[in-house]
Design a protein around this ligand. Structure first.
Ligand SMILES: [Zn+2]
Length: 250
């Protein structure tokens, strides 16, 4: 059977036996897939840095459609995330967070072209030197939105009336922002400027959005973490690492 050829981003890999790895790929054609990379742990592996997280590759996959584990054939490196990761610790940790976030949201075998293009744009923006904190909020917001999990910024989640300009009040049991009549809300609230920053996120390319102010950044970080935790029913590992490191550095 001829292989499936697909552009893909490497999400992660883990050991298989003495010499091989299983690689988790976000492919453009098939969504998230797992593939065995035979001999990938050998010193003369033909894959080399092509299997680093968030490397963009062109992969040949062998296996029937719907298989749980493909075999990886050729894996040509299109763009290495190494240069972005080499910018510094913040960038390296952000990349591992982004990979984990994409992995957690992606469904196996379900192609999501918008998610794929989002991921590529964010990795490129890291390489171009955009603020990784801003890119984290960007990727979170868009992943949530593309999966139908981001509440409307314009309509009350309870009565659907237009939300007035100004601050936003989140109400847990309504799964969204509510108007004053439908309150009191459970919180958290988002300031008018955080709302404005979200509009930029949802209206611009990741490299164009620019960093948020400290208050907006902190409130969006906490808000997104809650939405993600509710969806995944867990915290992401690299997010905990990021927080621990931030504490130690302070
Ligand atoms: Zn309402």
């Amino acid at each position: 059977m001829p292989p499936i050829s697909s552009d893909a981003l490497v999400l992660r890999s883990y050991k298989l036996g003495e010499t091989s790895k299983v690689v988790v790929l976000l492919t453009r054609e098939r969504g998230k897939v797992r593939a065995v990379a035979k001999g990938a742990r050998g010193r003369r592996s033909r894959y080399q840095s092509a299997l680093e997280p968030l490397s963009e590759v062109r992969a040949s996959l062998y296996g029937r459609q719907g298989t749980e584990l493909y075999r990886l054939g050729e894996c040509e490196l299109v763009r290495s995330a190494f240069r972005s990761g080499a910018r510094g610790l913040d960038e390296a940790m952000a990349l591992s967070y982004f990979a984990e976030l994409l992995d957690a949201f992606a469904q196996e075998g379900e192609a999501e072209d918008a998610v794929y293009r989002l991921a590529l744009a964010v990795v490129e923006a890291v390489e171009d030197g955009s603020s990784v904190a801003a890119l984290a909020r960007y990727l979170e917001a868009w992943l949530l939105r593309l999966h139908g999990l981001y509440p409307s910024l314009d309509r009350c989640a309870s009565c659907e009336s237009a939300l007035p300009a100004g601050d936003l009040d989140y109400h847990g049991s309504a799964h969204g922002f509510v108007c004053r009549e439908c309150g009191p809300s459970s919180g958290p609230g988002l300031s008018e400027s955080a709302r404005g920053y979200l509009r930029r996120i949802f209206g611009q390319a990741p490299s164009a959005v620019g960093p948020a102010g400290a208050d907006e950044s902190a409130s969006l970080e906490g808000f997104h973490r809650d939405l993600i935790r509710r969806h995944l029913e867990r915290d992401l590992r690299s997010l905990r690492v990021l927080r621990d490191v931030a504490r130690e550095v302070r």
